[in-house]
Design a protein around this ligand. Structure first.
Ligand code: 15L
Length: 268
């Protein structure tokens, strides 16, 4: 793995990976629809709209692996999701196939499975239960990745990211937090592990309160270093007494589940 492309390099995860992967691979191409900080040694900066196939083909040219973070990173109107996360995602995989790219790490999300109740521990084999249009687009991405793996032999690691950040920011995130160094480790497994054909793993740290059985990641060698627990007391104290929405509290996806919710009975 020598030449790596990061899409969505201007977002929070992209900016962090730009630092933690510096010098790990000899060449990093950093792409986003917005302007990025100027390239340093071993870097190239690229500006691409993912919905523009010709531009996406230029973006992927000559790379060995792709970390696909690009697209819309939260709930939005359908046309916005459609352009960024359906058309844009298709363009990245199809351009990768045409260019002979062998490996993709896809940033999928906990929201592809957000309608599982919090009391249920889920692993990588559960069927999707998206909690939003955004979650549906991530489930679509996992399915498209499966197609390109089965049919065209591209190795794909789908990382169902919980919440990425320096520390967990609320009670829900105590169960799904991932630190920058742990996500870096997972991304490196996705790019470098010799035997990955198609795998789903949870992009979470070693949180004591986790809702996930992440044994598939462990099988691939993932050894997360961080745990949200040392932050729990402060996080819970800050939240104490705040009114809680019963739907958001019940399901793993939290407010993504509660937004626009109209069902009269819960499906558990
Ligand atoms: C995600 O998938 C989003 O990209 C991120 O912004 C957070 O909302 C995160 O999930 C979360 O669930 O906290």
């Amino acid at each position: 793995m020598r030449r790596v492309l990061i899409t969505g390099a201007g977002g929070g995860i992209g900016r962090s990976l730009r630092e933690t992967l510096q010098g790990v691979y000899p060449f990093l191409r950093l792409s986003d629809r917005v302007a990025l900080a100027p390239p340093r040694e071993g870097e190239e900066v690229n500006r691409t709209e993912l919905s523009d196939m010709a531009a996406v083909e230029r973006m992927v040219a000559g790379v060995d692996g792709i970390i696909h973070l690009g697209g819309i990173s939260g709930e939005n109107e359908w046309p916005v999701i459609l352009e960024g996360n359906i058309i844009g995602l298709y363009n990245v995989f199809e351009a990768a196939r045409r260019a002979g790219v062998q490996r993709i790490v896809f940033a999928t999300s906990n929201h592809a499975v957000g309608f599982y109740p919090r009391e249920r521990k889920i692993d990588h084999r559960v069927v999707p239960r998206p909690d939003s249009r955004y979650g549906v687009s991530k489930a679509f991405g996992e399915a498209l990745a499966s197609l390109y793996s089965d049919k065209h032999g591209i190795g794909v690691l789908c990382t169902r990211i919980g919440n990425f950040g320096e520390k967990p920011i609320d009670k829900r995130r105590l169960s799904i937090w991932i630190s920058p160094r742990d996500y870096t480790q997972l991304v490196r497994i996705g790019l470098e592990h010799p035997d990955i054909r198609y795998e789903i793993v949870y992009g979470v740290s070693n949180n004591r309160r986790s809702w996930y059985d992440n044994s598939n990641a462990a099988r691939l060698g993932y050894r997360p270093q961080d745990d949200s627990e040392p932050y729990a007391k402060a996080v819970l104290a800050a939240e104490a007494g705040q009114p809680a929405d019963p739907i958001a509290e019940h399901y793993q996806g939290g407010t993504f589940c509660a937004a626009e919710y109209t069902a009269e009975t819960r499906r558990d």
